[in-house]
Design a protein around this ligand. Structure first.
Ligand code: HEM
Length: 381
């Protein structure tokens, strides 16, 4: 494989990943300027190590957004911080998300999908992949229809500051968006409905139960609910539609749809990689990562490691206990998986019910292009 970052948007990155898993499961790649973890053992070890952090020690927040609303939000996200305090806040965030009513989220996603199709004409795939999941999560946070639509739009702007190569203009727009998102979500944190069953009321209750008193990190992580949903769920919906276009039949029951979407998340991961930064020396086998060095963690490659998933290249919805790294592992494991799978399942199922045939999504040569992103695999539909 030439460059595992470019792999994210190749039509078929999987033979290259398989080569890495077999031949260089954990090695330094000068082209990337980082260690690359490809097999399941290396990915597990890297994600489980306290020596490896989610941000460079000297650069906890990207320089271009320090001192802005985007920087304040970024610096308080459990996703972007490590250590004991992060784990306490993670407990609060995970408790809130575990209380999410996924059946209600699926109903909202189905309604939104029908509404997006109601005028007929071209199927608005962009809206279905990005805006619908974000609007659903915003609605779970207690926003009304207009507020949810505005939150979805602002989330699209906010996530632009997350890639390492964000431009100053993207960072400026993201800072405005972060401020807008805090204004929309702030009342739900400051004055939660005590009997409320939404995500923000659950977040505030979980914080109280954990004796967590600072509200700014709660608000930042409420913004995080939206930003973590955005690209990743778009990729999951897009890749589920493509699996159908390639001939996999979407089953009719909700449980079978869920198994289908879970297998898509393993077989064609919407988040293909993540990164870690060594704060202390890290050893794996004979390799030693020095402080200051980076590790590119190939989640999508490890999903297809035959050591953990037999016959890994075959799409099979009847796997018993598949090992899936798409949602991370260990301290930073994604607490939004259940929600993402329900929403993606509801959107794709509703499209089928409304007569949209994914077969037409592939060009005559069967190819598809992907957005030029460094870690999310999102088809342009
Ligand atoms: C297909 C959809 C999704 C995928 C593939 C995904 C994937 C991931 C991955 C890989 C991580 C860990 C990153 C790392 O360790 O470097 C993560 C963390 C996280 N995700 Fe998701 N995610 C998805 C949807 C969601 C949704 C819908 C939510 C919430 C509404 C969410 C909330 C979070 C949070 C809060 C974290 C940070 C956890 C921590 O750092 O401790 N995710 N996600």
């Amino acid at each position: 494989m030439n460059n595992p970052i470019e792999a994210v948007r190749l039509a078929d990155p999987y033979p290259g990943y398989a080569e890495l898993v077999a031949e260089r499961p954990f090695a330094f790649d000068p082209a990337v300027g980082a260690w690359v973890a490809a097999d399941a053992a290396a990915v597990r070890a890297v994600l489980g190590s306290a020596a490896l952090r989610v941000r460079p020690v000297a650069d906890p927040v990207p320089a271009g957004i320090v001192g802005t609303a985007a920087g304040d939000v970024f610096g308080d996200l459990v996703r972007m911080t490590d250590g004991g305090l992060q784990q306490r806040l993670k407990g609060v965030v995970a408790a809130a998300l575990s209380s999410a009513d996924t059946a209600y989220a699926a109903r909202l996603a189905a309604e939104q999908t029908r509404a997006a199709l109601k005028d007929g004409g071209e199927v608005p795939f962009e809206e279905l992949m990005f805006a619908v999941p974000a609007r659903v999560v915003a609605a779970l946070c207690g926003l009304d229809a207009d507020g949810s639509a505005e939150a979805a739009r602002l989330t699209g702007d906010f996530v632009q500051c997350i890639p390492a190569l964000a431009t100053p203009e993207q960072q400026r727009v993201a800072a405005l968006a972060a401020a807008g998102l805090r204004t929309l979500l702030g009342p739900g944190i400051d004055r939660p409905d005590p009997a409320g069953n939404g995500l923000l009321a659950a977040l505030v209750r979980a914080a109280r139960d954990a004796a967590w008193s600072r509200t700014a990190p709660l608000l930042a992580n409420a913004v995080g609910f939206l930003s973590q949903t955005y690209d990743a769920t778009a990729g999951l919906i897009g890749n589920t539609l493509l699996a159908q276009a390639r001939g996999e039949e979407l089953p009719k029951t909700p449980a079978a749809t869920e198994a289908f979407v879970q297998e898509v998340s393993r077989h064609d991961a919407p988040i293909q990689n993540t990164r870690r930064f060594a704060a202390e020396p890290f050893r794996h086998g004979t390799a030693e990562v020095a402080p200051g060095e980076q590790v590119l963690v190939l989640l999508a490659a490890a999903n297809r490691d035959p050591a953990v998933n037999p016959d890994p290249h075959t799409f099979r919805t009847d796997r018993t206990a598949p090992v899936v790294f798409t949602f991370g592992a260990a301290a930073h494991r994604c607490p939004g998986q259940r929600l993402a799978v329900s929403v993606a399942g509801a959107v794709t199922e509703t499209l089928l019910d409304c007569g949209v045939d994914p077969a037409g999504l592939l060009s005559q040569t069967g190819s598809v292009t992907y957005r030029p992103l460094a870690n999310a695999r999102i088809p342009v539909l």
